[in-house]
Ligand binder design. Sequence first.
Ligand SMILES: Cc1cc2nc3c(=O)[nH]c(=O)nc-3n(C[C@H](O)[C@H](O)[C@H](O)COP(=O)(O)OP(=O)(O)OC[C@H]3O[C@@H](n4cnc5c(N)ncnc54)[C@H](O)[C@@H]3O)c2cc1C
Ligand code: FES
Length: 311
Amino acid sequence: MENATKNTDKTISTAKVRSNLPLGPCFYRLSLDLDEVGCRAFSGINPGRFVELRLSELAIPHSESIPDELADAAQRKIILSRPFSLCDVKETDGKVSIDILFKVLGAATVRMTTLKPGDELTIIGPLGNGFKIDETKTNALLVAGGLGAPPLQHLADHIKVNYPHMRVVAFAGAQTYDQLPFTVLIDNEEGLFLEEFSRMRVESHIATDDGSAGLKGFVTQRLAQWIEEHQPDTSDSIIYSCGPEPMLASVAKLAGEHDIDCQVSMESMMACGIGLCQSCVVKANTGSDETSYKLCCLDGPVFDSKDIDFG
Ligand SMILES: Cc1cc2nc3c(=O)[nH]c(=O)nc-3n(C[C@H](O)[C@H](O)[C@H](O)COP(=O)(O)OP(=O)(O)OC[C@H]3O[C@@H](n4cnc5c(N)ncnc54)[C@H](O)[C@@H]3O)c2cc1C
Ligand code: FES
């Protein structure tokens, strides 16, 4: 099994914006070129780790570019750094660039829309442990919900490049078509699929709560349907998932019912990101009556689903 990294290497580095492009109505894809310190720290990292961005100095955009519902939130001061996963990490001739896919939600992410090529950002990381790749498996089922999609994009690429014997199948869920952080394409025979995964030759399936793209329902229903249709050898399969906690609880339940190994990446709210404030606790499964907690930022964000008490 490829080891996840222990979170002891917290590096502060500077990144230069290469591009910052809107993706649909809700998301942006931010590409950053790292300085020498960052290149060393991020070289060869496993998928599922994250960064903290220092954003307090960023300008507030012009009022006409702020969505109405965020007009008040956008004016708030940004004191704490903000955590983001990586959706891509590329290395060429010792230079490393990272991509972040972010949703515009509040004061920090509204400001991030103003970043333009050449701007500089301070980043802390890589943080957290990341996914462990079990190369004895032949089926990797990637299940993404909403903001959980970015690290699974990096994971799909990592598996395709380094473990070509593994079949990767991606499942993406969101409330509506607009909330999918992907480019949805249509194939006359296959129906809808996601361009970002098909570029890596990864099969993809979509579910939306309102049925505006793919299956009408939860992404876990689409996963259950796929397992039913394909009857994969469950001992040869593994599920990797990231998304809101109720979705992860359903994924963990389904994995348990089918006896499939499962790793979940928990995106709890975080303040410090380095184990000081205890704001990111998740309840651990101890197998007894004792209550125990883990820190998402230090012990995670990726956990074996059996180690989490989803209540
Ligand atoms: C490990 C980790 C990885 C993350 N990766 C990504 C990523 O790749 N892309 C991305 O867009 N976001 C990601 N997030 C969430 C991201 O950190 C927040 O969206 C961001 O901090 C919001 O900052 P803001 O000031 O714009 O909004 P805020 O004013 O801080 O929050 C706006 C709204 O978003 C909600 N919110 C904030 N954080 C979270 C969260 N963790 N989960 C669910 N809702 C939240 C708040 O409750 C509030 O309603 C990640 C979070 C964690 C902990
Ligand atoms: S975010 Fe502060 S302890 Fe985890």
